[in-house]
Design a protein around this ligand. Structure first.
Ligand code: GDP
Ligand code: MG
Length: 307
């Protein structure tokens, strides 16, 4: 382990905040890249993506899951990708009031929102590096994404497991099934169980619908962030899907990010040109390789000469 990584692990909230700020302002510094690769090489925890339409209750759920994790003695980080691009805002994790239930002096929990800029299909280009850094420090990292559609597959490419949140009586699950999204999550939760029968009906409908698809075995839970009902079983289910997440996911995630990052800067042709190098070397040091690919592509493009 590098000294920088050790400092990050021992430095509590301030060190993590500094590192994430660095990631936003000096993403391409050699020091930043070295720390990212060091973090990637020695993961401590696992990551869970939370996805689902706006308003379904993802942020509220993240909040209660953070508390649940701490009560079980697990350290936990959360990243929320903010569609409205408030860089400093803590507004993302729902009401500030709910956040205040977390002890600010507790170094075992860290929450950060990131603007959804540099979009890689709805998930911030920085969300993956940030998740890698957090996974080197915390036992569990929750990544909340914005909305639906592309972000489903995007989040599946960057976290170890994915939880889909479904709003009672919304008809969403039918839409998800039509869109083929139901194949992405490892776990589904119907939120707002305190709304009563609607939540249970949503779960039953989903079970029936899934029984004829290959997602038949998808675990489905009903819970309420408001009343706390069902939170413990949901947390158990999260731990159990994470326990079975394949290890090779990590290198797939790195490759997925590398490809998306190169494509967003250099397009399909850029990826075609550099793919060989990126995939051959990217699994060990994805961040250094990304930088190398970038400079090679930039250099070749700048040397183009039509005379
Ligand atoms: N009744 C009820 N409302 C909830 C629950 N969880 C969240 N909400 C409400 O649903 C709205 C959206 O919640 P939020 O967590 O911001 O959803 P997000 O957009 O998916 O992150 C807010 O008004 C919450 O107060 C719940 O368990 N029960
Ligand atoms: Mg939210």
């Amino acid at each position: 382990m590098t000294d920088a990584l050790q400092h990050l692990r021992e430095g509590g909230k301030p060190a993590m905040a500094r590192m994430l700020a660095r990631l936003e302002s000096h993403a391409r510094d050699a020091e930043t890249i070295a720390l990212l690769d060091a973090a990637y090489a020695s993961p401590k925890g696992q990551s869970l993506g939370l996805t689902g339409p706006p308003g379904v209750g993802k942020s509220s759920l993240v909040n209660v899951l953070l508390r649940e994790a701490r009560s079980r003695g697990l350290t936990v980080g959360a990243i929320a990708v903010d569609p409205s691009s408030s860089r400093t805002g803590g507004a993302l994790l729902g009401d500030r009031a709910r956040l205040s239930s977390l002890d600010p002096s507790d170094d075992g929990v860290f929450v950060r929102s990131m603007a959804a800029r540099g979009r890689l299909g709805g998930v911030s280009a920085l969300a993956y590096p940030a998740a890698v850094v957090m996974q080197a420090v915390y036992d569990l990292v929750l990544v909340e994404t914005v909305g639906v559609g592309q972000s489903e597959t995007e989040i599946a490419g960057m976290t170890d497991s994915v939880m889909l949140c479904i709003q009672p009586a919304s008809g969403d699950s039918l839409q998800f099934m039509k869109a083929g999204i139901m194949e992405v999550p490892d776990l589904a939760v119907v939120t707002k169980a305190d709304l009563g029968v609607a939540a249970r009906r949503a779960a039953a409908d989903l079970r029936t619908a899934l029984s004829v698809t290959k997602s038949e075995s998808l675990p489905i839970h009903v819970c309420s962030a408001q009343s706390g009902e069902g939170i413990k079983p949901v947390f158990d289910a999260i731990l159990s899907v994470l326990a079975t997440a394949p290890r090779e996911m990590r290198s797939n995630q790195a490759e997925h990010w590398l490809k998306a990052a190169i494509m967003s800067d250099f397009g399909t042709v850029g990826w075609f040109v550099i793919k060989g190098l990126a995939l051959a070397k990217g699994a060990d040091e994805p961040f250094a390789i990304h930088e190398k690919c970038r400079s090679l592509l930039t250099k070749s493009l700048s040397e183009l000469d039509f005379t």
